[in-house]
Design a protein around this ligand. Structure first.
Ligand code: KG4
Ligand code: ZN
Length: 353
């Protein structure tokens, strides 16, 4: 049976809604709040909440309007939930005030239109994002399990063994800052703005990555865990006595060196994980996978291990989106994992995988 899902994600600074039919993207709307937060150098939770509240209805309406199963005109009154079977929503992890907007909206709509509700873990969304396809089911990928996934965003950094869909084991993770968060903080330290990842990437292209030698924290540890807060401190101490001029002269070199340090850490532990777990495929997911140099290194690594590596098929599926939440909701709905008491559903900002 084909199932049509309306999915909602407001976990951070993007207001997202999507209609998914069996892993196929019918519509995927992402309203970014970057312009609101950049002047503060990071996401301000209460500003994010207010912006989500202002935008959520329009974002959902846009996602539903694109639903081809709808026979109603694009304007005027009508039940745009015709054809939707289930509502899926991110309950965590994420920023508590932001998450609340999506969760409340999903509860309101589920009750009003008498739909079943599925609660989704945001990280699981990122993990399954390479399975998404366009509305025609393309690209067709024959992805073989088990999979080892490297997921890196502004909120988390994990190496996860996907035994099967719904069965995960976190085999390694950052014990402090996330990889994206480290890039964001380095960018802020250099006075370059938010989000830092794309800014650092652009500068790094014309810089010398060997200009500064930064450590690979936890390189010697036997486990697959990582740490990025020490890197930020090492970076701070390396440049703290420099005058403005020297920093500006070397911005490209500093960006390249810091980026290399973050990626070396990820690649070192992912490499180790691949050797320890016999898998058939590799995944690279999360907002930091927008970075072309990281993708190139991961492709090289995969090739050296003779394994296929998959990224989401479209760039806007690396970062936050509701399509990936819809995909998880779809699997859960098929397994009958619905929220029993809609009124009792609550956000879980620290939800674990
Ligand atoms: O997955 P995501 O959109 O949101 C979270 O769940 O956090 O990830 C956002 C993170 C930010 O830290 C941002 O700096 C980073 O992804 N990012 C990048 C790039 N684009 C976004 N990092 C490196 N290179 C990029 N091109
Ligand atoms: Zn995310």
């Amino acid at each position: 049976m084909d199932m049509k899902i309306l999915a909602i994600d407001t976990s951070c600074d993007d207001t997202c809604a999507s209609v998914i039919e069996d892993g196929k993207i019918v519509s995927n709307v992402i309203s970014s709040q970057i312009s609101l937060h950049e002047e503060w150098g990071g996401v301000v939770p209460n500003l994010a909440r207010r912006a989500h509240l202002e935008r959520i209805d329009a974002v959902i309406a846009k996602a539903l309007h694109k639903n081809p199963f709808l026979t109603l005109p694009l304007t005027g009154q009508g039940n745009y939930f015709e054809g939707i079977d289930v509502i899926g929503v991110t309950i965590g992890p994420g920023l508590s005030p932001a998450l609340g907007v999506g969760v409340d909206k999903a509860k309101e709509l589920a009750k009003k239109y008498n739909k079943k509700l599925v609660a989704v873990n945001h990280v699981e969304g990122h993990l399954l994002s390479p399975f998404l396809t366009n509305s025609k089911g393309k690209p067709e990928r024959d992805i073989k399990l088990p999979i080892l996934a490297l997921t890196v965003s502004g909120g988390h950094t994990k190496i996860v063994l996907i035994k099967e869909i719904g069965k995960y084991e976190v085999v390694g993770e950052s014990l402090d800052d996330a990889g994206g968060e480290a890039l964001d903080k380095a960018s802020k330290m250099l006075g370059l703005g938010y989000p830092g990842g794309p800014i650092i990437e652009k500068l790094a292209k014309s810089g010398n990555p060997l200009f500064l030698t930064l450590p690979i924290p936890m390189k010697g540890s036997k486990d697959l865990n990582m740490s990025f807060s020490g890197l930020k401190t090492a970076f701070y101490y390396a440049i703290r006595k420099w005058d403005q001029e020297k920093i500006i002269e070397n911005l490209e070199n500093l960006a390249a060196s810091f980026q290399k340090a973050v990626f070396d850490s990820l690649l070192f532990k992912f490499n180790k994980a691949i050797d320890e777990y016999k898998v058939k495929s590799l995944f690279g997911v999360g907002g930091v996978m927008n970075n072309m140099s990281l993708r190139r290194e991961l492709r090289k690594l995969a090739k050296s291990k003779n394994l296929p590596i998959y990224f989401p098929f479209q760039k806007n599926l690396n970062g936050d989106n509701a399509a990936m939440i819809g995909l998880v909701a779809c699997h859960k709905a098929k397994g009958g994992e619905f929220t029993r008491h809609i009124d009792k559903l609550d956000r879980e900002p620290r939800l674990e995988l």
